[in-house]
Design a protein around this ligand. Structure first.
Ligand code: MG
Length: 414
């Protein structure tokens, strides 16, 4: 079996409302590049990649000469073909490798008649639990709905999602407003759901002192962990010694070098594994095994996904013995998907792991064309910009917070 073709199609799929985060905003939609790897015997494997609101089509096209003629079963070799750590110093391709790995695993699963979870070691669970993943949101640019800017709106959204999807863990993405205001919001969630689990993530934007102050203020709540309060292993290590709650990261332990550094001098308790950031599903399984050996916690990170990437997160979540936390996904903020049968459904806070061969998802060609057309019309968006504050950029540590009293809504093309 040989790779015969690689195709990439960029789509943009609407969100219920623009999602605000410490570095900017998802401007009411995700931009994702869908990758198809076709073999000489006619199998098509699916991959997916984001790019901070940008298309990655060119990068995948440039990879075609590397891939055509290669055996998709040689996944370890693929790592060195695409992302050799010294050769790719000039063109970091880890995330591209991830999308190709997804597609190759999808091909192998189809060729062998097994779901990807069985290639990875076999399912330990049939469904993966997820957290609400709450964001501060601008109103939907089309109909003005869905704004989340204050504690009442936030708790209302959490309650609605809990009713709809059955979530019992609530994650709040912060780093948008001044920390004291976000503390008030987080406490409102804790008060509204006293029996549920909580987690908070300001995207590493606080100073050490702010992290210490906020962390100490929430020690009495039902926290899973505090995620990336500050940026950098040294800052995390310093805080970890001062706080009585676990720290988690998806920013400073995202490869094996950093994981080794964290094991040798502990800075982070829980490693949030991202199938894209780590370069594929298999590196995440390997990293989870190291975490198991050193008794670090793991969870599944979301970098904004459509159904193909969601499938990779489900297969990963299914096979990790040490997955003791609910996974994160932006997925429930989407209005639609590009996979056949529509969006994955939540039952009791969980999503069932696909059991069809490969990743277990197929492209809905009409949806792919529809959202490719939408991408052609709207183009990319600057993920690291706030549409209401042109010229703004956050620093680390940040002091340039948004104003929670600001009632204007940005004009966002749709
Ligand atoms: Mg995070």
């Amino acid at each position: 079996m040989r790779i015969a073709d690689v195709r990439a199609t960029t789509v943009t799929v609407p969100l219920q409302a623009p999602l605000r985060h410490g570095n900017g905003c998802h401007w009411g939609r995700f931009v994702r590049t869908i990758v198809e790897v076709e073999t000489d015997d006619g199998l098509v494997g699916l991959g997916e990649m984001g790019g901070g609101g940008e298309s990655s089509e060119v990068a995948f096209r440039a990879l075609k000469p590397y891939l055509v003629g290669r055996d998709p079963q040689r996944l370890e070799e693929l790592r060195f073909v695409i992302a050799n750590p010294t050769a790719s110093l000039y063109n970091n391709r880890t995330q591209i490798l991830a999308a190709i790995e997804f597609a190759c695993l999808d091909i192998l699963g189809q060729a062998w008649g097994v779901p990807v979870s069985e290639i990875l070691g076999g399912r330990l669970r049939e469904a993966v639990p997820f957290a609400t993943y709450l964001f501060f949101r601008y109103p939907n640019p089309q109909d003005g709905s869905g704004e989340i800017r204050n504690p009442d709106q936030l708790v209302g959204q959490a309650r609605q999602l809990k009713d709809q999807c059955g979530f019992t863990t609530h994650k709040l993405k912060g780093g948008v407003f001044p920390p004291d205001y976000e503390l008030e919001c987080y406490r409102a969630l804790a008060a509204a759901f006293p029996h549920d689990r909580l987690r908070f993530d300001p995207n590493g934007l606080w100073s050490i002192e702010e992290g210490l102050r906020f962390g100490r203020s929430i020690e009495n709540l039902n926290n899973d962990y505090l995620e990336d309060p500050v940026y950098g292993l040294n800052g995390m290590r310093w805080l970890r010694h001062k706080l009585r709650l676990p720290l988690a990261t998806n920013t400073v332990v995202i490869n094996f070098e950093q994981l080794a550094a964290n094991v040798l001098d502990l800075a982070v308790d829980v490693i949030l594994l991202d199938t894209t950031f780590w370069g594929g599903i298999r590196p995440c399984v390997k990293a989870a095994a190291l975490c198991e050996a050193f008794q670090l916690g793991v969870s599944v990170h979301s970098s904004g996904e459509l159904g193909i990437q969601m499938a990779t997160m489900l297969h990963l979540g299914a096979v990790l013995p040490n997955l003791t936390f609910a996974a994160d996904a932006h997925y429930h903020h989407l209005q639609d998907d590009i996979i056949k049968g529509g969006r994955f459904r939540y039952e009791s806070g969980s999503v069932r792991v696909p059991t069809h061969p490969g990743l277990g998802v197929k492209l809905d060609r009409e949806k792919l064309a529809e959202y490719n057309e939408l991408y052609q019309r709207l183009g990319s968006y600057p993920y690291d910009q706030d549409p209401l504050r042109p010229g703004w950029t956050p620093t680390i540590p940040n002091t340039r917070w948004a104003d929670p009293a600001e009632v204007r809504a940005p004009k966002i093309p749709f």
